[in-house]
Design a protein around this ligand. Structure first.
Ligand code: DHB
Ligand code: FE
Length: 277
């Protein structure tokens, strides 16, 4: 049976892609953010996952406002990178793992998650940048299964439902008849709001409570409604639903390998987390 080695989560701000392309990771603005990654890369070098199952939110690239699946799972042999216009370099295609995609899809449908299945799927910065941050050289080697959660266009799925989705995906992986090692990834957040009257909104107090909960009380955030989460984290901070799904997949006990929190990169309070199972 397949084995989940742990979980990863990271912010996915497009400007990070520009910083990596320019090689400015050690400049004062960027260093406190990029310093969060080497200990996690060391751990990944040790546990050596073969496949990354990635919870993220599409930003109007693959699904626009006219057709917005609540949950969508990729089932392609590869995923081409495109983006909705941030001017960051396009990365080469990412490998899929079609067998694991169908294992997850069949398990989810069997357990009352009526997901959209995508045999073709473009991936944007929310998928590509965290993978490049975690595997700067080998990001095209790792096999992937993208899972989109709608965090963009109301109505959004509840935190409770996203956590349950993660739990079901974790069960599907653990029941997969394969020797491969899997890491589960969640991207986005932490608190940020890019538009409207509260543009620039950050909530350090809530972010740190959320980060702590990942270890001590993993379903803590499910006590909040979506509107409460938007109030506490910002209209885009609600991307933390992807972290919550990742955490659900790991099972009750997971221990923190490394974490980092830094404000700001662009308009966002950034977080990165690695947990071992
Ligand atoms: C920013 C953050 C995001 O999550 C995103 O998808 C796009 C931009 C930002 O802070 O610039
Ligand atoms: Fe985003």
């Amino acid at each position: 049976m397949a084995h989940i080695v742990g979980g990863l989560a990271a912010s996915h701000i497009p400007a990070i892609g520009g910083a990596m392309a320019r090689g400015v990771e050690n400049e004062p603005y960027w260093k406190p953010f990029f310093d969060g990654f080497p200990p996690i890369r060391d751990w990944l070098g040790h546990v050596k996952p073969d496949v990354a199952v990635v919870f993220y939110n599409d930003h109007g690239l693959n699904f626009f406002l006219d057709k917005m699946p609540t949950f969508a799972v990729g089932a392609a042999a590869h995923y081409n990178n495109a983006d909705e216009g941030w001017g960051i370099p396009t990365l080469p295609p990412f490998k899929g793992n079609v067998a694991l995609s169908w294992q997850i899809i069949n398990h989810l449908i069997d357990h009352d998650f009526d997901v959209v299945t995508c045999q073709e799927m473009l991936v944007d910065h929310a998928f590509t940048l965290p993978l490049k941050l975690f595997w700067p050289e080998q990001f095209t080697q790792i096999q992937t299964v993208p899972i989109c959660i709608n965090t963009v266009q109301f109505p959004l799925p509840s935190a409770k439902r996203c956590y349950a989705l993660g739990q079901a995906v974790g069960d599907a992986i653990r029941q997969w008849d394969s020797d491969l090692k899997v890491v589960v990834v969640g991207t986005g957040g932490l608190s940020h709001q890019l538009d409207g009257e509260r543009a620039g909104f950050i909530n350090k107090h809530f972010d740190l409570a959320f980060l702590n909960s990942m270890q001590t009380h993993p379903d803590w955030a499910t006590q909040y409604s979506i509107h409460e989460l938007v109030e506490k984290t910002g209209t885009q901070g609600v991307e933390l639903l992807n972290w919550l799904a990742m955490r659900g997949a790991l099972g009750p006990s997971a221990t923190t390998v490394h974490r980092n929190y830094h404000i700001p990169i662009s308009n966002t309070a950034t977080g990165v987390l690695a947990m071992a199972t």
